[in-house]
Design a protein around this ligand. Structure first.
Ligand code: FDA
Length: 394
């Protein structure tokens, strides 16, 4: 039996940040994780360069039943605190777009920063240790893993969500919450590509790889202005991943394929400059050729010379290009999703310390809780903020 002050389940973003903070406070801290190496999701994130925060992160970039919870957490340890940390470690990084910060060298740099912090703080990290059972004792908690028995005063559950089971995602965090009577909000895959119904799949067959700058709007009016990407399974790209967090089964999404310029304005210009040109040819100057050819061959777009387009033709084209509606069949699910929506109800937790209100000494941080960020570094920022706050309290 190993005794420790603090046991953290999960050597991911939230768990490592929390452990280092607890260690710096002089608390004997051990992290257990079933994986071979720490920070496996960090390593694959951001295409291997980890979009580790967002300069513009604010509570509006998160989905949570209780927005005040997110506000409180983000304000105590901000993106600028994390930027200061990586700079202190001399980690090179760059700004890409929309406030997103990425590692110059690779995501390993972020894992190195966290592991160095843990080392300096005297934290022990035990890998290949799967948590099998947790029970309450008089002094705190007993945790049985595949490698040992642990006794701790404070238990931090930072075991992540359900995405990418092949990277070691397990429902252990939700099970522990249930075991101690904490409410859970239903979980679903988010920041995830859409799959399409068979007829749409056939229509878009051959468009795989095409990326189009758009605005995408959900039925409840949430809009993102980013690219969509046709894939051989359906639709992906940043705009689709973003909107997937707001999409419910059976709903449509509306895509503006020309968000910068109304098509009727373009046609007015073309009427002056190229009245004889076919609509099909001229549309390929503003949208991908393969997409236009497919839509014309499916008679979604009527090909005529520009000077022969009637007002009704222009209205129909405008509706088609600016309010293109797609009803996804579903999503690719946890296999490819970046995050899990829902989880441990934040009403059950202190917004300052992340301790369960009903169970002294038990804490939940990171993706296992009902806080989900947009795409763009927001999810790691929440993990850093939650890990830091909890690390001050355990
Ligand atoms: P995380 O999942 O990181 O860690 C949980 C740990 O618990 C894991 O190491 C796991 O092995 C361990 N564990 C689980 N069950 C266990 C058990 N029973 N016993 C022991 N250990 C157990 N976000 C972002 O902000 N920017 C980005 O660029 C990306 N990119 C990205 C790409 C991809 C492909 C994915 C899947 C996700 C992202 N994300 C992201 C999201 C981000 O990875 C995610 O929000 C954080 O990793 C969540 O951190 P946590 O520490 O909460 O869980």
């Amino acid at each position: 039996m190993i005794s420790t002050d603090v046991l953290v389940i999960g050597a991911g973003a939230a768990g490592l940040m929390c452990a280092a903070q607890a260690g710096y406070r002089g608390r004997k801290t051990i992290v257990v994780d079933m994986g071979k190496k720490p920070g496996r999701k960090i390593l694959i994130s951001g295409g291997g360069r980890c979009n580790f925060t967002n300069k513009n992160a604010s509570p509006e970039n998160y989905l949570c039943k209780n927005p005040h919870f997110v506000k409180s957490c983000l304000s105590r340890y901000t993106q600028f605190d994390f930027i200061e940390l990586v700079e202190r470690h001399g980690m090179p990084y760059h700004h890409k777009t929309l406030g997103q910060l990425f590692c110059d060298n690779g995501a390993q740099d972020i894992v190195d920063v966290l592991m160095t912090e843990c080392e300096w703080a005297g934290v022990d990290v035990h890998m290949r240790a799967e948590v099998l059972k947790v029970s309450k004792t008089e002094q705190g908690f007993e945790v049985i893993t595949t490698d040992n028995h642990y006794q701790c005063q404070s238990l931090v559950v930072a075991s992540g969500g359900l995405t990418m089971p092949k990277l070691g995602a397990t429902p252990i965090g939700y099970k522990i919450a249930q075991q101690f009577g904490l409410a859970l909000l239903p979980t679903t895959a988010a920041l995830v590509p859409f799959t399409l119904h068979q007829h749409d799949k056939e229509r878009f067959d051959g468009l795989s790889g095409i990326s189009v700058p758009t605005t995408v709007t959900s039925e409840n009016g949430v809009t993102f202005k980013e690219n969509i990407l046709f894939t051989h399974r359906g639709l992906s790209g940043p705009a689709i991943l973003q909107i997937s967090s707001f999409w419910q089964a059976g709903e449509a999404v509306t895509i503006d394929l020309l968000p910068e310029t109304p098509i009727d304005k373009l046609i007015n210009g073309w009427r002056q400059d190229a009245p004889q040109k076919s609509l099909k040819n001229i549309l390929t100057t503003v949208l991908p050729k393969r997409f236009i050819e497919a839509m014309v061959s499916q008679q979604e777009i009527t090909d005529k010379a520009i000077n022969q387009l009637s007002n009704a033709d222009i209205d129909a084209l405008s509706h088609y290009l600016h309010q293109w509606q797609i009803k996804p069949n579903g999503t690719e699910g946890y296999r490819t999703a970046e995050v899990t929506l829902g989880g441990v109800d934040t009403d059950e937790l202190s917004s300052k310390t992340f301790e369960a209100k009903k169970v002294a000494g038990l804490y939940f941080i990171g993706e296992v809780t009902d806080v989900t960020g947009w795409l763009g570094g927001y999810n790691f920022q929440y993990a850093w903020s939650a890990g830091w706050a909890c690390g001050q309290a355990v």
